[in-house]
Design a protein around this ligand. Sequence first.
Ligand code: GDP
Ligand code: MG
Length: 291
Amino acid sequence: MESKLIRIAMIGNPNCGKTTLFNQLTGSNQHVGNFPGVTVDQKIGEVRGEKNCSVVDLPGIYSIRPYTAEEIVTRDFILNEKPDGIINIVDATNIERNLYLTTQLIEIGVPVVIAINMMDIVRKNGDEIDIELLSKELGCPIVEISALKNDGIELAATIAIEKAREGKAVPPVLFSGAVEHALGHIEEVTVHNMPEDQQRWYAVKIFERDKRVIEKLHTDKDIISHIEKDIVHVEEEFDDDSEAIIINERYGYVARVLDGCYDKKNKNGLTLSDRIDKIVTNRFLALPIFA
Ligand code: GDP
Ligand code: MG
């Protein structure tokens, strides 16, 4: 039987090791192109030792927002080109921030496999990550790799291809009751004619008042003002704006999950939750520069 062409997108934070992994997976079977209209490189390659399987090295991002050129390219690639699978490269030495992106990726409806990279450094530091538990909590397979040392990468590719062929999406992270209530309502009235696997992602974006998404969906004005009441209601309850609420929900989730899975030897005097709180408090530093 002729096997279908499988396309895998490699997504992760800047400097998490995407290009190193990409080069290991593809060897010299790669070419560089440009995304139409932007000056961001796209590299496509064939996975060595696999038939009909290509990988794309996408620009590094911290979040799936539509603000920087990198974010737009990566986000549009996932939503429009609909890859069969995603390898989410997670820098294990920066795990909180990297898993924040993971919580977004698993909402998009594409099967995700996490390749947890830089494991050579984690081991050298004497830190321990309970990969099995982390994988169970996140609901997606995790393969420990060191892209630099060419360790574990074939297994990561094999599992990513297998999951891409199966085509089953990862269940999304659940937020607090009030947020879920609003999202459920949004899904009901606005996104029902989007592909089912993508509905959650669109609902969250509408909750965040993402203009690009709202324009794209051509949602009726009456429906938008109706939803707006739900959103404002949650904002009053949390005393925060909807975008910040979702950021906090994601970081809160990551902190809870890591609390049980990550044993860090050198804590720098701060507990993991303290450090997460610092990230959350400093979140506005991470906001985009619109210039
Ligand atoms: P990208 O920005 O995601 O494409 O990241 P790169 O592939 O360019 O890697 C960033 C840096 O991390 C480079 O200096 C790599 O050599 C290094 N690096 C990548 N993977 C590993 C790894 O598994 N272990 C270690 N120690 N360094 C790595
Ligand atoms: Mg790179």
